[in-house]
Design a protein around this ligand. Structure first.
Ligand SMILES: [Zn+2]
Length: 349
């Protein structure tokens, strides 16, 4: 992705409107047609059943398998695609490839493949989690892209694995889960409208034409995750209610001492090292795979840290900077968000 104005970004954090929506019982909008779901916190019983589900050795294993250069058209790229596809097929997800050609600077005509995986291929609507699996081409060194975005891809595969049993009921529900692994997010020469986000541009256009876009509740896009202690913000007013659920889940886990290496707030309810900041950033200065969907009115949660990891687009974005404690903490919050969302939306029907 591309941060259009990095120095500007850190200075325009607005005040806390996120907390205001926390008490809303009227429901939060989803989808292009603004359906409304009433969110319900996971019951204490369910929270305690889901929260301990974890498999960090699996997360490490999956990450290691993706820590290879994955430039579109190379063997590593095919290997990463096959690995993601077979992992989800083994878990009995329905996986398809959206294949297309496009022409890129330097490398010319390329064959792209978005990977689309559905828990229930017959569902009417989907909560979508997404990331990109290609890695950036550099002329002078081999870029691994641990945070960009091997770790986010591994987090999704790990979620499907860890929650395998918990997700079983949602194989038959009208609202189910979809993962998208975008191809060709990275620019080959210089970031611009025709040299970047090849896969998401193609998919959003195709899905607008065939009506699939109307079946997406929210697109949750993960990017640049994997380094120590990232901080996230709410970018979009129409998903602020959903973002506030992430803030609340993090607090709930902290209050129960269920996050590792985390300063617990006790009674003061201060969270000095929180990941999901209760602040809004009202600017779309970070260009990424969400843009073609955002422009077509699909609600977006863009989970990208600000500031970016210091290793961004350097050879140091490799295995050595991965912080598995922070990554597992964030994964845990996202897993609970996923379960809470599926549960609330399903109860509604
Ligand atoms: Zn990148």
């Amino acid at each position: 992705m591309c941060l259009l104005n990095a120095s500007f970004a850190v200075f325009i954090i607005l005040s806390v409107s996120v907390f205001a929506s926390k008490d809303s019982q009227s429901g939060f909008a989803v989808g292009r047609n603004e359906l409304t779901y009433r969110t319900e916190e996971l019951s204490h019983e369910k929270f305690l059943a889901y929260a301990p589900l974890s498999d960090v050795p699996h997360l490490r294993k999956v990450t290691n398998n993706l820590l290879i250069p994955r430039v579109v058209g190379t063997t590593g790229h095919t290997q990463a695609r096959d690995y993601i596809t077979s992992n989800l097929r083994e878990l009995n997800w329905s996986v398809e490839h959206d294949k297309f050609h496009d022409t890129a600077p330097i490398l010319g005509k390329l064959h792209f493949h978005n990977i689309i995986a559905k828990l229930n291929p017959d569902a009417e609507r989907y909560l979508v989690f997404a990331c990109h699996y290609d890695s950036k081409y550099f002329e002078d060194f081999e870029f691994i892209g641990a945070t960009d975005s091997a770790v986010p891809c591994a987090m999704l595969l790990n979620m499907a694995h860890v929650l395998q049993t918990a997700l079983e009921p949602f194989r038959k529900t009208k609202l189910s889960l979809m993962f998208i692994f975008f191809d060709g997010e990275e620019a080959f020469k210089e970031w611009g409208p025709n040299d970047s986000i090849y896969g998401s541009r193609h998919l959003a256009k195709m899905w607008e034409a065939d009506g699939t876009l109307n079946r997406l509740d929210i697109l949750v896009l993960l990017d640049l995750i994997g380094s120590a202690d990232p901080t996230f913000y709410s970018f979009f007013p129409n998903t602020e209610g959903w973002y506030s659920r992430l803030v609340s889940l993090e607090e709930r886990l902290s209050d129960l001492n269920m996050l590792q290496r985390y300063i617990s707030s006790g009674v003061s309810r201060q969270y000095p090292n929180r990941y999901f900041q209760p602040n809004t950033l009202r600017s779309s200065m970070v260009e990424d795979d969400h843009l073609p969907f955002l422009r077509r009115n699909v609600p977006i949660l863009h989970l990208i840290p600000l500031p970016f990891p210091t290793v961004w687009h350097t050879k140091d974005d490799n295995n050595s900077i991965i912080d598995y404690i922070a990554t597992e903490n964030i994964s845990l919050i996202l897993r609970l968000f996923m379960m809470e969302y599926l549960q609330s939306a399903t109860d509604e029907k």
